[in-house]
Design a protein around this ligand. Structure first.
Ligand code: V0V
Length: 139
């Protein structure tokens, strides 16, 4: 099952400008940045309030990346909601068993050594759902 909301992901054209915006307007702290070449993103993780909620800013590395396509089609904005799971293979299997399309046969590498997979947005009411197994799951 799902443990909690891991993060909410927002597509942005300029990562540094977005980090500056969320810090200045909402006081959010950037706690991690990373380039994920496989996913074609430069990303930043920001904590909200007490640090238990997180926002992920996603900027495209390349024109053919998922984030570049999303920005071209929909513009900047909410791109995904991610749920923490303790076992990403089991979570993906459970979703597949309900007849939904999971994007990858095997999990791929996500932020900070996590393992990730996605449920197709067309099977989730227009929402791209990410399943995240953190490197060090808590609870
Ligand atoms: C596309 N669509 C979306 C969407 N992206 N709907 C809701 N939310 C999104 N994010 C819609 C799109 O408007 C189309 O609607 C339809 O889905 C099919 O789109 P498409 O153009 O045929 O397909 P693509 O090429 O845009 O691909 C969509 C998918 C792609 C979801 C397959 O974005 C993908 O593979 N995403 C998973 C990887 C990802 O998002 N990586 C970046 C984050 P109509 O026009 O048919 O109605 S990386 C990350 O989160 C990391 C590293 C982490 O958390 O650790």
């Amino acid at each position: 099952g799902l443990l909690r909301i891991d993060h909410v992901g927002i597509a942005v054209p300029d990562l540094d400008a977005a980090i500056e915006f969320y810090g200045r307007v909402f006081g959010m702290a950037c706690v991690h940045t990373e380039v994920n070449d496989d996913q074609g993103v430069r990303e930043a993780m920001l904590t909200v309030g007490d640090g238990t909620s997180r926002l992920q800013l996603l900027a495209p590395l390349r024109d053919d990346s998922a984030i570049a396509k999303f920005l071209a089609k929909s513009g900047p904005g909410l791109q995904q909601i991610a749920y923490t799971v303790s076992d990403v293979e089991a979570a993906a299997d459970a979703v597949r068993a309900k007849g939904l399309r999971v994007l990858y046969e095997q999990p791929r590498r996500g932020t900070a050594g996590s393992r990730i997979n996605f449920v197709h947005p067309k099977d989730c009411g227009g929402v791209l759902v990410e399943l995240v197994e953190p490197l060090h799951p808590q609870g």
